[in-house]
Design a binder for this molecule. Structure first.
Ligand SMILES: C[S@@+](CC[C@H](N)C(=O)[O-])C[C@H]1O[C@@H](n2cnc3c(N)ncnc32)[C@H](O)[C@@H]1O
Length: 248
């Protein structure tokens, strides 16, 4: 168990399997009636929304970087993780460690995550070790990957509940999750307050949605919120940084 978490029972106690179907070869949630990633191109969407939205291609080139923590809501297929891993391994100093922390209420089965990640052969060097250790990740919460350059932790359970139990502080937030209109149970003020509790000055965030409730929730929690052009069919997305009072 990492030093960064409070005592925690095993992930397997809280796992509710994803209700997933395949539409035109892409994973689709029958529970939420929503896509796991854009049908326009999930990989480019992740690079645009989450990597560029948090300025990671520039921030990770700093020679003095030692550690960096990303916290994500909704691990899903692991596509965001793999895109971040690819950029980190290509740009960050070799001795630096990326901590990628995610929460997931409805984990994919090994078979579904393998099928989903086979959609991205350009990521296979990185996805193969993840798939090999996926069951261990689900059972033990944390695994070390890519010559120990990346530590991946996935906490199974509701996002707000799990975030309340961890002590990681984010340098960047990936606010993913199905659309707020289809998943209001996740996008509420309790979540935004946990996002702020795990932020510090200059912590950034990015999210694919520009929903008014998300924008207002993040502003109320202490974030400066900017709108950018969205990816694909989405008109706008949100990104910004924490300007609120740091939590003790
Ligand atoms: C759009 S998908 C995320 C895609 C993912 N980031 C990827 O790279 O594939 C949304 C994810 O949020 C998860 N989710 C939905 N409600 C949640 C909640 N209340 N707490 C934690 N995870 C939740 C879903 O099960 C799903 O895996």
């Amino acid at each position: 168990m990492s030093d960064n978490i409070t005592p925690h029972s095993g992930n397997e106690d809280r796992a509710i399997p994803a209700e997933l179907t395949w539409v035109d070869g892409l994973p689709y949630s029958s529970k939420f009636q929503d896509v796991y990633f854009s049908s326009d191109n999930g990989l480019l969407e992740t690079e645009y929304v989450f990597l560029q939205g948090n300025d990671l291609p520039i921030r990770w080139q700093q020679a003095d970087i030692k550690n960096f923590t990303i916290i994500e809501t909704g691990f899903g297929t692991g596509l965001n993780f793999l895109c971040a891993a690819k950029l980190w391994l290509a740009t960050a100093p070799e001795h630096a460690v990326l901590h990628f922390v995610s929460v997931e209420k409805y984990p994919l089965s090994l078979s579904d995550i393998s099928t989903a990640l086979a959609l991205w052969p350009e990521l296979s060097e990185l996805s193969t070790p993840l798939i090999h250790q996926y069951e261990s990740l689900m059972n033990t919460t944390s695994i070390s990957l890519y010559n120990h350059r990346i530590q991946l932790s996935v906490y199974i359970g509701d996002a707000t509940d799990q975030l309340a139990r961890i002590t990681h502080v984010a340098d960047a937030w990936f606010l993913d999750g199905f659309s707020p209109a289809k998943n209001p149970e996740m996008w509420h003020s309790g979540l935004f307050s946990e996002v702020a509790k795990h932020a510090k000055p200059l912590t950034t965030f990015a999210t694919f949605t520009s929903a008014g409730g998300v924008r207002r929730g993040l502003i109320n929690a202490g974030f400066k919120v900017n709108k950018r052009t969205g990816f694909g069919k989405k008109r706008e997305m949100l990104c910004g940084e924490f300007i609120g009072k740091p939590h003790g």
